[in-house]
Write a protein that binds this ligand. Structure first.
Ligand SMILES: Nc1nc2c(ncn2[C@@H]2O[C@H](COP(=O)(O)OP(=O)(O)O)[C@@H](O)[C@H]2O)c(=O)[nH]1
Ligand SMILES: [Mg+2]
Length: 474
């Protein structure tokens, strides 16, 4: 009864046709799979299959035979049959495992379309699974993330979402809120009599509880985003600060050319580094100095600035021995720190070449100057692990990777922010003693955004957009 009429906006896709796609990646492989889903999936495959009558076979069975076009045998194959609703999409599914030649796969796919199947769009199989209620939206999105996962952490987060961990958290919140809102709606029916069915103090507690969970989920997004998309780190600083040496030390290989000649690195170099399961893209830059007449170096400097502006994290490296000795270097560091702070970019200040400086004196002087600096020697590879730890802490916001839910999806993040906003409005309304009908509008808004994440409320456009990001055949 409740809100469902208003909230369940759509879900009116009609899937009467049968779709087909090559489900394995392009190129040659041992096996290639063509997948069909829909009412005619099994009969279409049966019409090009020789061996046995697939129409007579039970669900979840495998069948060896040949795919033929008239008298021409195209391949020897194994066909798997899954009958709806106990299938991925909830519909009948047939999968043809062929030999993995691009030519064979194309021929078989064309045969299927000539018998009435339609080429599937990106993500259409999973969209059908969602429409059939086999998966909710966060689980469907996790399917795409799982396919894209290339680190242990990304895999773990996607698996957690696929198993419904995230939906479970949200649905629990939503359920409680629905119950409460039912009581408030009930008050409206008795509005003449000035009764309160909904215990306001319990409601405050509920709101606080949901607020806490939602903010924790929001906070996990820094980590989630880092896990899913990696983190770009620009190594910047003046020429000869030791950026290329540091890159080599972090990678533990001689990747970039190092020399005492300022301006050695002319182009930006990008390399991947995995720290505790998160992929960091390290970008060694040309080093920024104001006065150079070298045209190529000037271009390199322009690229450094660009890399710095685009990076998630900036590591600003300076020569701590030079810093100790020169007032100019001191003002320079101050200027750079202020610039980084003004830009609001996450950054680390790193003092290099501590091997040729008095470490204690440097540490004391930096402390006195109020600078939070990590001291290391790139050349001797001293304290490199410390820098890795600091990088990791910086992007994970001090969150450790735990078994709980980590938000990895920007769409979920945006919806959760709306949830928090509507909760704040509900609270403000209650503080002001607003009547139930006015509170109820804000509660609905909160329910809407919670439901939007899992897809119990959604629009067709939104679904099309989400599933268009999938690969074809999934
Ligand atoms: N003593 C010392 N020299 C270093 C250290 N790191 C780099 N250097 C030297 O500083 C010079 C410039 O290094 P490079 O990595 O090319 O600096 P970049 O211009 O910032 O990339 C080279 O001669 C390096 O050997 C360090 O930790 N200690
Ligand atoms: Mg360099």
């Amino acid at each position: 009864m409740l809100h469902s009429g208003i909230l369940y906006l759509c879900c009116v896709h009609h899937n009467s046709d049968t779709i087909a796609a090559i489900a394995t990646p392009p190129g040659a492989g041992a096996i290639g799979i063509i997948r069909l889903s829909g009412k005619e999936a099994i009969s279409i495959v049966n019409s090009i299959f020789r061996g046995k009558d697939l129409m007579q076979q039970a669900s979840h069975t495998l069948h060896f035979g040949r795919i033929v076009n008239g008298d021409t045998v195209i391949d020897e194959v194994v066909v798997s049959i899954y009958k709806g609703p106990r299938s991925y999409t909830g519909e009948d599914i047939a999968e043809i495992s062929c030999h993995g030649s691009a030519y064979i796969l194309q021929r078989v796919l064309l045969l299927c379309t000539s018998r009435g199947a339609r080429l599937a769009q990106a993500g259409e199989f999973t969209m059908r699974a969602f429409m059939a209620g086999r998966l909710d939206l966060t689980q469907a999105e996790a399917v795409a993330d799982l396919i894209a996962s290339d680190t242990a952490s990304a895999h773990k987060a996607a698996m957690h979402h696929l198993r419904g961990g995230f939906s479970h958290d949200l649905m629990a919140m939503r359920e409680q809120l629905i119950q409460f809102s039912a009581l408030i709606e009930l008050e409206l029916d008795f509005s003449q009599e000035d009764v309160e069915f909904a215990d306001r103090s319990r409601f405050y507690e509920l709101i606080a509880g949901i607020e806490l969970s939602a903010s924790e989920l929001l906070r996990s997004f820094g980590l989630g985003n880092a896990i899913k998309n990696g983190v770009s780190v620009a190594l910047v600083g003046k020429p000869n600060a030791g950026k290329s040496t540091l890159l080599n030390a972090l990678l533990n290989e001689e990747r970039a050319i190092v020399s005492e000649i300022a301006g050695t690195t002319r182009d930006t170099i990008e390399e991947l580094l995995n720290i505790n399961g998160i992929t960091f893209r390290l970008i060694d830059t040309a080093g920024i100095r104001e006065h150079t007449t070298d045209v190529i170096e000037q271009k390199g400097i322009a690229r450094s600035r660009e890399a710095m502006n685009k990076a998630d994290v900036v590591v600003y490296l300076f020569d701590v021995a030079a810093w100790l000795e020169s007032d100019y270097e001191k003002t320079e560091l101050l200027r750079q720190t202020e610039a980084l702070q003004a830009q609001g970019v996450k950054h680390l200040l790193v003092g290099n070449k501590v091997d040729i400086a008095d470490a204690q004196q440097a540490a004391d002087a930096l402390h006195a100057a109020g600078e939070n600096v990590l001291l290391l020697s790139a050349q001797n590879r001293d304290h490199i692990q410390l820098l890795k730890d600091r990088l990791y802490e910086l992007v994970t916001d001090g969150m450790v990777q735990h078994e709980g839910t980590i938000v990895t999806n920007a769409r979920h993040y945006a919806a959760l922010q709306e949830v928090l906003r509507s909760l704040a409005d509900i609270k403000a309304g209650m503080d002001a003693g607003l009547p139930g009908d006015l509170l109820s509008a804000d509660i609905r808004r909160c329910l809407y955004y919670l439901g939007e994440i899992t897809g119990v409320v959604t629009t067709e456009d939104k679904l099309d957009y989400i599933f268009s990001k999938f690969c074809i055949g999934k």
